[in-house]
Design a protein around this ligand. Structure first.
Ligand code: G6P
Ligand code: MN
Length: 433
C-alpha cells in the first residue's frame, strides 16, 4: 500500500486519485499503515486524502477503483501451508503446487464475498486484484464482476525489464511476447522496432548468464527451451532441489515473513517510531531475501540491485490512468482469455499483454504456446477449476482431486493426507465437508 500511495503522490496530472480509503479488519494494522502514508504525504501539498475504516462496505461505497490485497489466515497460515506440504515432501509455496491450492481454497470464498459486495455497493468500480494466488483469485472474482476485475503481478514486468536491459533495449519501446497463467508464463520474444531480439540473447551464453533468470535456470536449459520462463517455473523445472532446499532451510519463507511482519507491527506500537523508515527497512529486507532458497540451489548469488525496486505500484498506476483517462497503454495483466489461447475456454483467466483503455483490458493476439507449456498451463488450469468447484460446493472430495491432479503432487494418497493436514490446521478450511 505505501508503494501504491507513493506512486499516487508522484502523479499530479488532471484526473488523478484524490481520496484513498484504507480498509483492514485489524485496527492496529490499519493505524500503522495510516501512519506510514501520513509521513509519505507530509511534504506533498496536493496529497490524496487518506481515511481508514474497518468496515469493508463503508470503504467500498463510491469507490472508482478497489485494490484487493488480502491474506486469509495471515502469514501464520502461509507458514502452515509450507510446513504441511514439506512434511509430505511436496512444495508449499503460496502460489505454486500444494501450498497454492491450500491458500486458494481458503482465499476464494473470501474473495468471492468481496466481489459480491463490490457488485452491490460499487457496481461501476474496477477491481485490481493483488491477492495471491492472483490468477485463480481473479478468476473467482470474475465470475461475479466479469471483466471489471483485473489481476496484476509484477513478475512478468520485472522479467521483461531484465531482458530488455541485458539486450540494451529501452523497456518502454520493447514489445514483450509473454503468455501463460500467473506465475506460469514464458517470454518467447522481445521485439524492438519489429525485430525479435531474443534470438540474440539465446545465442550469447555470457549475456544469458548475466541476469536473474539466466542464473536461476542455467544457460543450457534456457537455450533448450528457446524461451525465458517466469521465475516461478523454477519450482517446476527444479522441483526436487527447491523442495529439498526448503526442507533444509532454517525457516520457510512464510515463517520468516511471519516473524518479520510481527516485528514491524510491534515496532509500530511505539508512537514515536519513524513509521516510513521502519516500513521501508522491512520492505528492503523482504526484497533482498525474495526466492533466496531457489537462488541458493542454483548458485545464483545475490539479487541484482536493479531488481530490488519492485514494480507493482507502477503497473497499478498505469492501469488506473489508462482506464480513468483513456490513456491507451499495453500491460501484462491477468484477464479472461476470450480467444487468446485456443486450448482454454473464454472465461479462463490467463496472464497476457493487454491493450488497456477506458473500456478495460483487452488481451492481444499471441502465438500459441509450445506443447510443453500448453501441457502445464492446461494441467494447472484444470487444478484451479477443481479449487473453484471445491470452494463453491464445500466438497472435500473435490479438494482432494485438486491436489491429486497437480503436476507437483505425486500421489493421490499424498493429496488425501494434504487435505487432512490442511483442514486440521486451517480454520478457514472448515467449510470442506
Ligand atoms: C513477487 C510475486 C508476488 C509476491 C511478491 C512477494 O512480486 O510476483 O506474487 O507476492 O513477490 O513475495 P514474498 O515471498 O516476499 O511474499
Ligand atoms: Mn505475483
Amino acid at each position: 500500500m505505501p508503494l501504491v500511495y507513493g506512486a499516487l503522490l508522484a502523479d499530479h496530472a488532471e484526473g488523478r486519485v484524490t481520496h484513498v480509503v484504507l480498509h483492514d479488519l485489524d485496527p492496529a494494522r490499519l493505524s500503522a499503515v495510516t501512519r506510514v502514508l501520513a509521513e509519505q504525504a507530509a511534504d506533498v501539498p496536493d496529497a490524496p486524502e487518506v481515511t481508514a475504516t474497518t468496515d469493508l462496505d463503508e470503504a467500498l461505497r463510491g469507490a472508482d477503483f478497489v485494490f484487493s490485497a488480502i491474506r486469509v489466515g495471515g502469514l501464520e497460515g502461509r507458514a502452515n501451508d509450507e510446513r504441511v506440504a514439506l512434511a509430505e515432501g511436496v512444495l508449499g509455496q503460496e502460489t505454486v503446487g500444494a501450498g497454492g491450492i491450500a491458500y486458494g481454497l481458503r482465499t476464494v470464498p473470501v474473495a468471492v464475498d468481496i466481489a459480491r459486495r463490490v457488485a452491490r455497493l460499487a457496481p461501476d468500480a474496477w477491481v485490481i486484484n493483488f491477492t495471491n494466488p492472483a490468477g485463480l483469485v481473479t478468476e473467482a472474482m470474475s465470475r461475479h464482476l466479469g471483466d471489471r476485475v483485473i489481476g496484476i503481478c509484477d513478475s512478468p514486468v520485472g522479467l521483461g525489464r531484465r531482458i530488455a536491459r541485458v539486450l540494451g533495449a529501452n523497456p518502454k519501446e520493447a514489445w514483450i511476447d509473454y503468455v501463460g497463467l500467473n506465475h506460469l508464463g514464458w517470454v518467447r520474444g522481445l521485439r524492438v522496432a519489429g525485430r525479435d531480439e531474443l534470438p540474440r540473447l539465446l545465442a550469447d551464453p555470457d549475456l544469458l548468464g548475466s541476469f536473474e533468470e539466466g542464473k536461476l535456470f542455467g544457460v543450457d536449459w534456457l537455450r533448450s527451451l528457446g524461451a525465458i520462463p517466469n521465475e516461478y517455473l523454477h519450482y517446476y523445472y527444479f522441483n526436487r532441489e527447491a523442495v529439498r532446499a526448503y526442507q533444509q532451510a532454517e525457516k520457510t519463507r512464510g515463517a520468516f515473513l511471519h516473524e518479520q511482519q510481527a516485528r514491524f507491527y510491534a515496532e509500530m506500537r511505539n508512537p514515536d517510531a519513524p513509521a516510513w523508515k521502519v516500513w521501508d527497512d522491512t520492505r528492503a529486507e523482504r526484497e533482498a531475501t525474495y526466492m533466496a532458497e531457489n537462488r541458493e540451489t542454483a548458485g545464483a548469488g545475490e539479487r541484482d540491485e536493479d531488481d530490488l525496486s519492485g514494480g507493482y505500484e507502477k503497473v497499478a498506476l498505469a492501469l488506473m490512468r489508462a482506464i480513468a483517462r483513456d490513456e491507451r497503454t499495453t500491460l501484462i495483466l491477468n484477464v479472461r482469455n476470450q480467444r487468446t489461447l485456443s486450448v482454454l475456454d473464454t472465461d479462463a483467466v490467463i496472464e497476457v499483454p493487454c491493450l488497456v483503455d477506458a473500456n478495460g483490458a483487452h488481451p492481444v493476439t499471441v502465438d500459441p504456446l509450445p506443447d510443453h507449456a500448453t501441457g502445464l498451463v492446461c494441467a494447472v488450469k484444470a487444478v484451479e477449476r477443481e479449487v473453484l468447484a471445491a470452494a463453491d460446493s464445500g466438497s472435500r472430495t473435490t479438494a482432494v482431486k485438486a491436489f491429486a491432479l497437480h503436476p507437483l503432487v505425486d500421489s493421490v494418497n499424498v493429496a488425501r493426507r494434504l487435505v487432512d493436514g490442511y483442514t486440521a490446521v486451517h480454520p478457514g478450511l472448515g467449510y470442506l465437508k
